[in-house]
Ligand binder design. Structure first.
Ligand SMILES: NC(=O)c1ccc[n+]([C@@H]2O[C@H](COP(=O)([O-])OP(=O)(O)OC[C@H]3O[C@@H](n4cnc5c(N)ncnc54)[C@H](OP(=O)(O)O)[C@@H]3O)[C@@H](O)[C@H]2O)c1
Length: 308
């Protein structure tokens, strides 16, 4: 399998998911270009075989120049960090629309966009966080109405989400994390996305990327305890505490407010979607050639690396 009529550009190719996409594309012998704000650190992340285009996607000139000799675009941009959260609209919305505009002018037809697992506007309204996910909803709508040969990937959170709350034998979760959520390894996201970018038969498809099963946080704490032989105690802290703290911190640390909204979403994850996770995963197994990494495998890997 090879995408053989030009280079594949990965916007966000140094990120948590993006770097795995790049690695898998390179392993398949593809010519890959990555756009990054920092040439040196990008080189360390993606290696020698990848062309690095240094630039900021908030500049149209960067986008125009980066698209030279490209035939497929993969977008894995994110502003979900303390430093970038204030520029979320410019990075995740405006830059993506500029990429689409300039790609059209440059006659690039293949576009792969990484989004959230499934973003329901009604749920966001009901949770009173309508702005959370609004950009992705708008971009998905613009892409699906476009003439591109597009594929949208609805990515589940990485397994990392569970381990981020584990410290000193405790898994302390705001809100408890009692609703089951889908999750996936970054390796699998990379492999599937690379196959999607190369294939030409997935035009107009929105595909959900998830591991085999949805888990609650207490279930994962139990699984880690069983596999490691060390007790991981699941502790719930009220979400209202994060709500108040994030509100107070908003002028100085707006990212904490965004985290609060993510936690609210996580704790209210629709259980009909969770119930469908095995079915969605089975679909991936039928569509793509890969051996999935399960959460159990991830736990064992982390134990071996002394990370738990
Ligand atoms: N991580 C998850 O668990 C998860 C779960 C579900 C969905 N997703 C989706 O997956 C996508 C990627 O997320 P991620 O977590 O992998 O992102 P990430 O690790 O935060 O990486 C962000 C990327 O965006 C690039 N970037 C940010 N601002 C830029 C700018 N102004 N100019 C050029 N590049 C810029 C960064 O490049 P440089 O720093 O090199 O410039 C970096 O490669 C997002 O759409 C996210 O919503 C992620």
């Amino acid at each position: 399998m090879k995408h053989d009529n030009g280079q594949i550009i990965v916007f966000g190719g140094t990120g948590y998911y993006g770097r795995k996409v790049v690695e898998k594309l390179v392993n398949k012998g593809q010519s890959v270009k990555v756009v990054s704000r920092n040439y040196e650190s990008a080189k360390k992340i993606v290696g020698e075989k990848v062309e690095i285009f240094q630039g900021d996607v908030t500049s149209r000139e960067t986008i125009i120049a980066s698209l030279k000799n490209v035939s497929c675009i993969v977008i894995c941009l994110s502003a979900m960090s303390n430093k970038l959260i204030g520029k979320m609209k410019q990075i995740e919305r405006d830059a993506v629309l500029t990429i689409m505009e300039e790609a059209q002018k440059a006659n690039i037809s293949r576009l792969v966009y990484i989004s959230g697992y499934e973003i329901r506007e009604q749920l966001l309204q009901a949770l009173r966080i309508p702005e959370f996910g609004a950009i992705k909803i708008e971009i998905e709508s613009r892409i699906s109405q476009s003439d591109f040969n597009w594929t949208i990937l609805g990515d589940a959170p990485a397994y990392e989400i569970f381990f981020a709350f584990v410290k000193n034998g405790k898994m302390t979760v705001p809100g408890g994390g009692l609703n089951a959520i889908p999750s996936i390894s970054a390796e699998d996201v990379g492999e599937i996305t690379a196959q999607v970018a190369i294939r030409n038969d997935l035009k107009g498809e929105r595909i959900k990327l998830t591991g085999p099963k949805a888990f609650t946080f207490p279930e994962v704490a139990k699984r880690i305890s069983e596999i490691s032989g060390k007790k991981i105690k699941h502790i719930t802290i009220p979400l209202v505490i994060i709500n108040v703290v994030s509100f107070i911190l908003m002028p100085f640390a707006p990212f904490v407010r965004y985290l609060y909204k993510s936690l609210k979403m996580l704790n209210n994850f629709p259980q009909d979607l969770a119930a469908d996770v095995p079915k969605e995963h089975q679909l991936l197994r039928e569509l793509f050639e890969y051996e999935p990494e399960t959460l159990e495998m991830e736990i064992r890997k982390r134990i071996k690396e002394n990370k738990i």
